[in-house]
Design a protein around this ligand. Structure first.
Ligand SMILES: *Cc1c(COP(=O)(O)O)cnc(C)c1O
Length: 380
């Protein structure tokens, strides 16, 4: 059996043609495809505004900047996430504060968020782990009570739904961030986006994406300057996404429902075949959500066996993974922010037991069966 990765993109001839068309046009960056992709994201999620940027990490960064996160501000997020969900706060001079997870969904626990709020708290970044939406209703209530902004890290969750609302609609948040890295729901190579219903935040996001430069010429020309005039109003970045990447994004978004359906077919097989194995715990999907099933993780009841089983699966060319090492245990965080083992017991307990199995739309039935067979043997 050839190597089975844990995640993989699906790019077909039609995607390639769409990218090639742009490469042969006059605009390979900052052209019409950027707005077309942004409009397509708005239409799919039901949100008002979308800003495409060069990565999910850039999206988190500009979202924190637009939210006004600055020196000394605290932002609460989950320890079970990719480091970028917390790093974006550090980029702005803020302090990432973790709140422990719920055991069932592995998402941030609203009760734990409440315990972390003080007068320096400015925002919450809930992460929809594995594509399963967080308790957004509860999180929104907390945010309203304490006057906080909510930035959803939906890098795993394009296509997911919470109480019949698409993730990205921002019904329960101020902004939602997506990533289009190849292992995510759809890909643009590298890429990301921030979605919002606020015109004010939208304008700020555009400015931070483009060096802090204001584009609205008519308003600026009033200052007695000529048509060449532009103004740098803040310290922004070059976080633009190219036109040919946006063309890929538009083409990929049209296939999203197909991708999601494939993922669900595979997890249904995993669930059915693995449900009667007594020494593992399977991931859940609450009745009020539709998960986008970014990853499929199992938990071993005996964490002492995790390393061995992980290594055995790798020996059989199954590229299992671990999502994630709790962020507070990363040396940068423990050295600079004084976090230590024991600070987030639920997150640490989850981490010690988890293994991510391969899951991607292009995964063949034979590959799914192969993973199940080997896993069953090794779990005996
Ligand atoms: C992938 C990911 C990111 C970062 O996205 P990039 O596009 O790789 O920069 C941020 N948060 C989470 C939870 C992710 O999975």
């Amino acid at each position: 059996m050839k190597t089975i990765p844990y995640g993989h993109q699906w790019i077909d001839k039609n995607d390639i043609d769409k990218v090639a068309e742009v490469l042969e046009s006059d605009w390979i960056t900052q052209g019409p495809k950027v707005e077309e992709f942004e409009s397509a994201l708005c239409k799919y999620t039901g949100v008002k505004y979308a800003v495409a940027v060069s990565s999910g990490t850039a999206a988190l960064h500009v979202a924190c900047l637009a939210a006004g996160i600055k020196q000394g501000d605290e932002v609460v997020t989950s320890p079970i996430t990719f480091v970028a969900s917390a790093n974006c706060v550090l980029y702005c001079g803020g302090i990432p504060i973790f709140a422990d997870i719920r055991e069932d969904t592995v998402n941030i626990d609203s009760k734990e968020i409440k315990k972390k709020i003080n007068r320096n708290t400015k925002a919450i970044i809930p992460v929809h782990f594995a594509g399963h939406p967080c308790d957004l209703q509860e999180i929104k209530q907390i945010a309203e009570k304490y006057n906080l902004l909510v930035i959803e890290d939906a890098s795993h969750a394009l296509g997911a739904e919470y109480r019949n609302n698409k993730i990205g609609s921002c019904k329960y948040s101020n902004m939602t961030v997506f990533s289009f890295h190849p292992v995510k729901s759809i890909t643009t190579g590298e890429g990301g986006a921030v979605l919002t219903n606020s015109e004010d935040l939208y304008k700020k996001l555009l400015i931070f994406r483009n060096h802090g430069i204001k584009r609205e010429k008519t308003e600026l020309i009033k200052k007695n300057e000529g048509p060449w005039y532009y103004e740098m109003q803040g310290l922004g970045f070059n976080y633009r996404l190219t036109d040919f990447q946006c063309a890929l994004g538009i083409s990929q978004l049209k296939k999203l429902e197909k991708f999601l359906k494939k993922r669900r077919e595979i997890i249904n097989i995993y669930n059915e075949e693995l449900s009667n194995i007594s020494n593992i715990i399977l991931p859940v999907e609450k009745p009020y959500v539709r998960s986008s099933w970014h990853i499929y993780y199992i938990r071993l009841k005996d964490p002492d066996r995790r390393k061995n089983i992980f290594e055995r699966l790798r020996k059989f060319n199954i590229r299992v993974q671990v999502h994630y090492i709790p962020v507070h245990l990363q040396p940068y965080y423990s050295n600079n922010l004084n976090y230590k083992a024991g600070d987030y017991p639920m997150a640490e307990k989850y981490y010690e037991s988890t293994i991510t199995l391969p899951l991607y739309p292009k995964m063949l039935d034979s590959e799914v069966r192969y993973v199940i067979d080997i896993l069953k043997k090794e779990l005996k």
